[in-house]
Design a protein around this ligand. Sequence first.
Ligand SMILES: [Zn+2]
Length: 328
Amino acid sequence: MLEVVCPWHAPIWSSLTSQTQHAHAYLFSGLPGVGKRRFANAFAAFLLCDTPEHAMACGHCRACLLREAGSHPDLLLLEPEEEGKAIRVDAVRQLVDFIGQTAQQGGRKVIVLHPAEAMNQNAANALLKSLEEPTRDTFLLLVSDQPSRLLATIRSRCRVQTLAAPSQADALDWLATAVPELQAEQHQALLIMSGGAPLRALELHQLDAIAMRQQVVADIKALIKQERSPSQVSDAWSKYPLELLLDWFCSWTLDLLKLHTGAQPVASNQDMDKVLGYVVRFPTAGQLMDWQGWLLAHRAMVQGKANLNRGLFVEALLIEWKKLLEKR
Ligand SMILES: [Zn+2]
């Protein structure tokens, strides 16, 4: 498959591929689902292609055919073995060996590391060493939506390229083509949920996130009315992605903080308008700040791949949420 860069990244692509000299290491950063990995893969293909055409990998030279077959010896893709897990020490050895080898096709060597923040300490140190002593014709492409979690020494040795999200209109056009079976308002709902990142919106559609969200909002209402207990709701949510749930709670909490100061909440939580308008009457600003701190700390734990007991964690989340409603 020819790697296709998202249309909204075309200007950055042109400027990057028209350079006669490339950096040894790039860090492609941006929102989750904005098209960073596509961009990095396409750039890897471009760097390895023997005969690029119109600033793209040609798709039919020997290098392109090997890469498309997944057997290009000078391309190393480093990812966690399992999504959400760390990039571990065996991957580091692979990385070090690969950097030490001569290019088997006699040209460039390319490493794509995704997501870069998943490297454990050993992996990061090994990578740092290779960044400090760059090898000619070896290119490192790091992909990250949380570049702040990388060692500062790694970041500073990479050329950082931020890949932005498209305008809302462009994103909706793209989604309309990608999922024509949905209505315009569903495209809109998915895009809002994705924070404006179209590939993430598509992924949310595949997760059936619109239905999930409706269920979550209904359960939150039932929880407030004491119709369901935190442990019942936690069981009902056992299949829902934790990061998504935490994102929603964080977003509601920001709205609660805004409502508390009399400001307008953001437009992304219209389905929670009534609930938030009710909840905001109970906690003090200090309690809301404490709750936000609790959420952010736990979100960092989830993002940091900490070992959490999922069921107990969601139950604790709901108990904390309910505490906002307790009388002062
Ligand atoms: Zn080619």
